[in-house]
Design a protein around this ligand. Structure first.
Ligand SMILES: Nc1ncnc2c1ncn2[C@@H]1O[C@H](COP(=O)(O)OP(=O)(O)O)[C@@H](O)[C@H]1O
Ligand SMILES: CC(=O)N[C@@H](CCC(=O)OP(=O)(O)O)C(=O)O
Length: 298
């Protein structure tokens, strides 16, 4: 009886040690690596998952990586607009942003979502520092000229990032902090701009020459035949993704464009992961199988 109990315990201990040791080559490979993580509004709805996300970010920090969080908050903005009786409309996955809506976007992203993430991470130590993309000229944007079916469409104060100054983010990283960035940008015309958070994360990953861009969302990855959700594409090259882009719909368009921008801009790997899976970040970075969809330059 005692013998059986011991062998059961030994097996369990072996499995635990196996999981830890599987991480060793990945810890070695990514030691010191900058990783930009896009945290989408749809992936931040459950409290337990949000706490798990914060744990993962702090784990990355202690494991010697340099995580940078760029967050969205689309659903949170929409529910606030809804409470104010303002309708949300999207064109090609981007919010049509009136000056009135822009004030709400900024208030919700910078004043609410950013604060919540910073608070969750800082339960573990004095690491997270929140920033708006407006701060220290981090993101400079110009008004986006959207085109739908060949026709120009006015989508308001939506910005295209034309310049990134990552100096303040680098300084925070060098100081051992975890920057948490909202996707609001300044314009040289004195306006502020609403930038899709996937787009902002990709621009920052390129400017920092990050080792990885990781986009957390609420699907398993890129489905081959959406709305059919049986086949998740595990890996694809930039050229294959480019060919697929015109077939994609809604929120996946900016997400996959962001992955393409990142790898074309020198980031070796871009991933789309399911933020509903507890500790998805750790599974992707530190296990041999990885999860979700990975985009590579070729
Ligand atoms: N090919 C596809 N694969 C996966 N999801 C897709 C695809 N095409 C469209 N989608 C939709 O895109 C959504 C993700 O975008 P979005 O809702 O903007 O997420 P987030 O808030 O995380 O940025 C999915 O929930 C899904 O409804
Ligand atoms: C221009 C544009 O669409 N901006 C987004 C910014 C937030 C965002 O991208 O949030 P998710 O990552 O949760 O989708 C918006 O207003 O919803």
């Amino acid at each position: 009886m005692k013998q059986m109990w011991q062998s059961g315990r030994t097996g369990e201990a072996h499995a635990k040690a196996g999981t830890l040791i599987e991480a060793l080559p990945w810890l070695a490979r990514f030691h010191g690596a900058t990783v930009v993580i896009k945290y989408g509004g749809n992936a931040m709805t459950e409290e337990a998952l949000r706490e798990g996300f914060a744990e993962d970010i702090v784990f990355l920090h202690y494991a010697g990586l340099r995580p940078v969080v760029v967050h969205g908050g689309g659903p949170q903005i929409s529910s606030h607009l809804d409470r104010l009786g303002i309708e949300s409309t999207f064109t090609a996955g981007l919010r049509v942003t009136t000056p009135e809506a822009m004030q709400v976007v900024r208030m919700v992203l910078v004043g609410q979502v950013n604060r919540d993430i910073v608070g969750l991470v800082n339960r573990h130590g004095p690491f997270a520092v929140g920033m708006s993309g407006e701060d220290a000229h981090l993101f400079t944007a110009e008004r986006k000229h959207a085109v739908v079916d060949g026709e120009p469409v006015d989508i308001g104060q939506v910005g295209d990032i034309v310049r990134v100054d990552p100096g303040a983010v680098r300084a925070l990283l060098d100081d051992g902090r975890i920057p948490v960035v909202s996707s609001v940008a300044r314009g040289e015309d004195g306006q502020i701009y609403n930038v899709n958070a996937d787009t902002a994360a990709a621009a920052l990953a390129v400017a920092l020459q990050a080792q990885k861009l990781i986009v957390l969302t609420d699907v398993e990855g890129l489905y081959a035949n959406w709305p059919d959700d049986t086949d998740v594409i595990a890996q694809l090259a930039a050229g294959e993704l480019e060919a697929m882009l015109p077939t994609l719909s809604s929120g996946m368009v900016p997400k996959m464009e962001a992955c393409l921008t990142a790898v074309r801009g020198g980031v070796p790997q871009a991933h789309v992961l399911d933020g509903r899976v507890p500790h998805a970040l750790l599974l992707e970075i530190f296990t041999n199988e990885g999860i979700g969809t990975m985009v590579m330059p070729s």
